[in-house]
Ligand binder design. Structure first.
Ligand code: R1P
Ligand code: URA
Length: 284
């Protein structure tokens, strides 16, 4: 690989900011909260002591400020692992590439990334409105197969691959796990689980409106394979964090119990509780 990146490969805006996130290196902290929903960004940053940076482009909204004196960033990724591909590569470029010379820096900076999202449980015993930290993740979106250096295997992945019955989708599967407790809140979460990340909300997660999903037993099958919850970003966050040597942890608020057909009564209140619960613990 050439050390100096071509203009087409590391695309910058006129002010030198990275193309999609619209950010300069000084706009982000080392500790970054990632949320899916752009509306969740101000709901997090309103707890900051002060906000120094407010920038956005497309679905990527960023606020950086201080929380109890520590610099922190909150950013929205929008929905899906294809957005996470952009978020992770551009965040990494902000700290590990000299944007002016378009050259790789010799010293590595590791970011601490906290996904603060929502999910549905497929384990019937996991209550709605609870906090679930992801230990293992299976990606059914295929993204990490485009990064040929990526390999990951553990007991969860071996068992899952062995028993996964949907042959057409098997080739897309990839796995990852959390690295370590970077949060201070891991032990206090009600649930620690195995998350499945999907490239869609409806049939990919077994929902059938007017179109059928793979089969009527999809949720039960995933539950039998050890999956506790479904969402749409963590596989790419964990996988790309391993490749790029950043630290990442996902905590999701369980808004739906798919097996019991329940949805959280007031998702605004439960989102607020999740934000306060995480912010209370994220700064030591
Ligand atoms: C689907 O409604 C979205 O909600 C979940 C899923 O991962 C997907 O992004 O997370 P967020 O609440 O963080 O967006
Ligand atoms: N987010 C998802 O992706 N799925 C759910 O069921 C709930 C939130």
């Amino acid at each position: 690989m050439l050390n100096k990146l071509a203009a087409s490969e590391l695309v910058l805006n006129d002010d030198g900011s990275v193309y999609h996130l619209n950010l300069l290196p000084e706009d982000i902290a080392q500790k970054i909260i990632l949320v899916g929903d752009p509306d969740r960004v101000p709901k997090v940053s309103k707890y900051f002591d002060k906000i120094e940076v407010r920038k956005n482009k497309r679905e990527f909204y960023t606020h950086t400020g201080t929380l109890r004196g520590e610099r922190i960033t909150v950013m929205s990724s929008g929905i899906g692992t294809e957005n996470i591909d952009i978020v992770m590569n551009e965040l990494d470029a902000l700290v590990n590439i000299d944007l002016k010379n378009k050259e790789f820096k010799t010293e590595h900076t590791a970011l601490e990334l906290f996904r603060l999202g929502t999910c549905g449980s497929v384990n019937a015993d996991i209550e709605v409105d609870s906090m679930l930290v992801t230990e293992n993740v299976v990606g059914l979106d295929g993204l990490l197969h485009f990064y040929p250096d990526y390999e990951f295997e553990n007991d969860f992945s071996r068992n899952f691959l062995d028993k996964f019955p949907y042959e057409k989708i098997k080739g897309m599967l990839y796995f990852s796990d959390w690295a370590e407790d970077i949060s201070g809140y891991y032990k206090e979460a009600q649930y620690h689980g195995n998350t499945a990340t999907f490239p869609g909300f409806y049939a990919p997660q077994g929902r059938q409106l007017r179109l059928k999903a793979l089969d009527d037993q999809f949720l039960e099958t995933l539950n039998d394979l050890g999956v506790s919850n479904f969402e749409m970003e963590t596989s790419a966050i964990y996988g790309l964090s391993k490749l790029l040597a950043h630290k990442a942890l996902t905590v999701n608020n369980v808004v739906a119990n798919r097996r019991r057909g329940e949805f959280v009564a007031d998702h605004h209140t439960s989102e607020k509780r999740m934000i306060e619960w995480v912010l209370e613990r994220i700064i030591s």
